[in-house]
Design a protein around this ligand. Structure first.
Ligand code: ADP
Ligand code: LRH
Length: 479
């Protein structure tokens, strides 16, 4: 048996996990978990990157000396900039910060949607790395190297720089066909080519720990950090317990990432206007998916009510008792993206669409769950239609798979069985890519088979009234 450590940073929490893998076994243990709280300073919303790194060091120390390797994944699109000496320039900015307001619109008007989509195949989200860089273009003089968040953490652990492929594919600067940086696009945007380091593939060894890191964590200095699918969603998709290819997935946490896995990109106009993305998965696969606003709507409502994670089960139970479809919204309405009073924004959206706003927290939560299920349904259907992929089952993974109401509503809305779990799909994908790199498992099918055989899963059969879902979808302005 080998033990692999997964450092997995989600937008709402981070964890260091240890997994024992071998002989048909996959045992995941949580070593350390910590909240990921953004900090607004001088008007800008930041990640607390040094606080997170400190937690990671403590987690690795607690994981103990017997590790075969360490892998790191995190949320996508965000980055740190290093100066020529390798020092971090400024604190990484949160993708929900307002610095990109209006930037995407300007870039799209200048370069054209067809060109941008043909190069990168990426959905138009205002916080894509490319728009963040354009927002700070005038201040890039001192910047020498851009490192995406997992690559920045790997650099601090090993001293080696590089850009892992799956996360690089979320920047908007990677050519979707060649899977190399697009020099042409960089030039047209006036962004310096020097910023983007050499690409690395999931499974490549990055390097051993720096001596000072080994001393601080008590780990042997020769423990390697291995590149995994460092975009958390790519790791989650790698660990979907699916057999064959006729499935859709929903990686459901702060975001719901909803789509299918394909052998190559789909770059037509229809997918572009439906805002589908072609992000890189492992082994040359494409994650053809759309971002649905996800449990952010719930997290941010809980924050407004002063309720924490321990209040969630009671809140969801109360929401399950509220009649369905009293009010529904398009969960992807752009006004839901920034931090702020979520119940007030949902109420406003309901009023604007002629519906009585939900009045109590359980009613608001019910509205969010019905609306997310509608968002899941629209994205699953469109992913299947636009890609031609048959979808027989929906795999729902991540923290949201613990939400029984949402899993049931998603099965009903899609009219398809939902297999919920694993909760920690991202960490599992992280360790399995390492396990494969070290010869412990063979291929993607074996990785997924191992997840299916060892992790608790729950199946939800579709029920409910399809006509009622059609009616609700129309009210929310969805298909
Ligand atoms: P991220 O990786 O984006 O930080 P996670 O995959 O960790 O997100 O999912 C976090 C979400 O999972 C929480 O916001 C919450 O809505 C949901 N969740 C966590 N635990 C439970 C639970 N016991 N019951 C229902 N939902 C839960
Ligand atoms: C989910 C995620 C998603 C990105 C968003 C920024 O954590 O990585 O895939 O679109 O964060």
């Amino acid at each position: 048996m080998n033990t692999f450590a997964a450092v997995d940073l989600g937008a709402s929490s981070g964890r260091v996990m240890a997994a024992r893998v071998g002989d048909g076994a996959l045992e995941l243990t949580e070593v350390r978990r910590f909240p990921n709280r953004p900090v607004r300073a001088a008007g800008t919303l930041h990640w607390n990157i040094l606080g997170l790194y400190g937690e990671i060091l403590d987690g690795l120390k607690a994981a103990g000396p017997g590790l075969t390797s360490i892998g790191i994944d995190s949320w996508a699109v965000d980055y740190g900039l290093l100066d020529r000496s390798g020092a971090l320039l400024g604190n990484p900015v949160h993708y929900r910060d307002g610095r990109t307001d209006g930037v995407m619109e300007r870039v799209r008007a200048e370069l054209g949607d067809a060109y941008l989509y043909d190069v990168a195949g990426l959905q138009f989200l205002p916080f894509n790395t490319v728009y963040q860089l354009v927002a700070e273009r005038d201040g890039l003089d001192r910047a020498h190297t851009l490192l995406m968040i997992p690559d920045l953490l790997a650099y601090w652990l090993t001293g080696r720089t590089g850009a892992e492929l799956t996360n690089a594919s979320t920047t908007g600067l990677l050519d979707v066909r060649t899977r190399t940086w697009s020099a042409a696009l960089l030039e047209r945007l006036g962004l310096p080519r020097r910023l983007l380091p050499e690409l690395r593939e999931p499974g490549e060894v990055i390097g051993p720990l720096r001596p000072d890191v080994a001393t601080e964590t008590g780990l042997p200095g020769d423990v390697p950090v291995t590149a995994v699918a460092s975009h958390d969603t790519a790791s989650a998709v790698a660990a979907v317990p699916a057999r064959g290819e006729d499935f859709a997935y929903i990686s459901c946490g702060t975001w719901s990432l909803v789509g299918v896995e394909l052998p190559g990109p789909v770059l037509g106009e229809e997918g572009r206007t439906a805002n589908f993305t072609n992000e890189a998965g492992i082994d040359g696969t494409v994650r053809y998916l759309r971002n649905v606003m996800g449990l952010w709507l719930l997290q941010e409502s809980q924050r407004a009510w002063g309720l924490g994670p321990s209040d969630l089960p009671a809140l969801l139970e109360a929401a399950a008792g509220v009649p369905a479809f009293q009010a529904v919204v398009d969960p992807d309405a752009p006004e839901f993206l920034p931090p702020g009073d979520m119940p007030a924004r949902i109420a406003e959206r309901c009023r604007a669409t002629g519906q009585r706003p939900p009045a109590t927290p359980p009613e608001v939560v019910r509205c969010i769950m019905d609306s997310l299920a509608l968002g899941h349904r629209a994205a699953v259907r469109e992913a299947a239609r636009l890609s031609g992929r048959r979808v027989e089952v929906v795999h729902l993974v991540g923290g949201g798979s613990r939400n029984e109401l949402l899993c049931r509503l998603t099965a009903d809305a899609c009219g398809l069985p939902v297999v919920a779990g694993p909760v920690e799909a991202t960490a599992l994908g992280n360790v399995l890519v390492q396990a494969r790199a070290f010869g412990v498992v063979k291929d993607l099918a074996e990785m997924r088979g191992l997840v299916a055989a060892t992790q608790p899963l729950r199946r939800y059969e579709p029920g409910g009234d399809p006509a009622a879902w059609d009616d609700a979808a129309a009210r929310a302005g969805l298909r």
